[in-house]
Design a protein around this ligand. Structure first.
Ligand SMILES: [Zn+2]
Length: 170
């Protein structure tokens, strides 16, 4: 598994399809802070090549099953992620502007890119803003508890962020 990639390894990988079998989710610290559980893996497949304009690009896919927090009962709910990746490796922001719209720019610092960080950001961007269990899939005890901590007027759904804000204000 390659976590760290620089322009030289990129040159060397250009002629082959490059497979990252998996990255354990617990290696992504920023992501795990958001998730309900750090169990599971991200499966990644990328093909590297140079396009006709001499751009370094990579296309492929990423799949992962992640545990996010249900906003109704505050317990873990499984969410399947399946992303198509189209990446363009660039040296700076100016260079990124020349990239066709289909590609997400990945800026290489001094010609290097930490692939794991890039993958982590792709996953974070793809997470649902709010997640709920399927109908009746919530833990009823947890729902009762979650709603009993809510001071909002009748009819309003509990908002965990307002509860968090109240806690922080104390
Ligand atoms: Zn739920």
């Amino acid at each position: 598994m390659i976590h760290y990639l620089n322009i030289l390894t990129l040159e060397n990988t250009l002629t082959m399809s490059w497979r990252l079998k998996y990255v354990p989710l617990n290696e992504f610290k920023e992501l795990c802070a958001i998730l309900a559980s750090n169990e599971g893996n991200a499966f990644i497949h990328l093909d590297f090549r140079v396009d006709e304009d001499r751009r370094y690009i990579a296309t492929g896919s990423l799949t992962a099953q992640v545990q996010v927090v249900c906003q109704r009962c505050m317990e873990a709910v499984t969410h399947d992620l399946a992303l198509d990746l189209s990446l363009g490796f660039v040296y700076d922001e100016d260079h990124a502007k020349n990239l066709p719209k289909d590609y997400d720019p990945v800026v290489m610092t001094d010609g290097d890119v930490i692939l794991a960080d890039m993958v982590e950001q792709e996953i974070i961007l793809a997470l649902p803003i709010v997640a709920y269990h399927e109908e009746s899939g919530c833990n009823p005890t947890a729902v009762k508890y979650a709603s009993s901590t809510d001071d909002a007027p009748d009819g309003e759904k509990p908002n965990p962020f307002s509860i968090l804000a109240q806690l922080k204000a104390k």
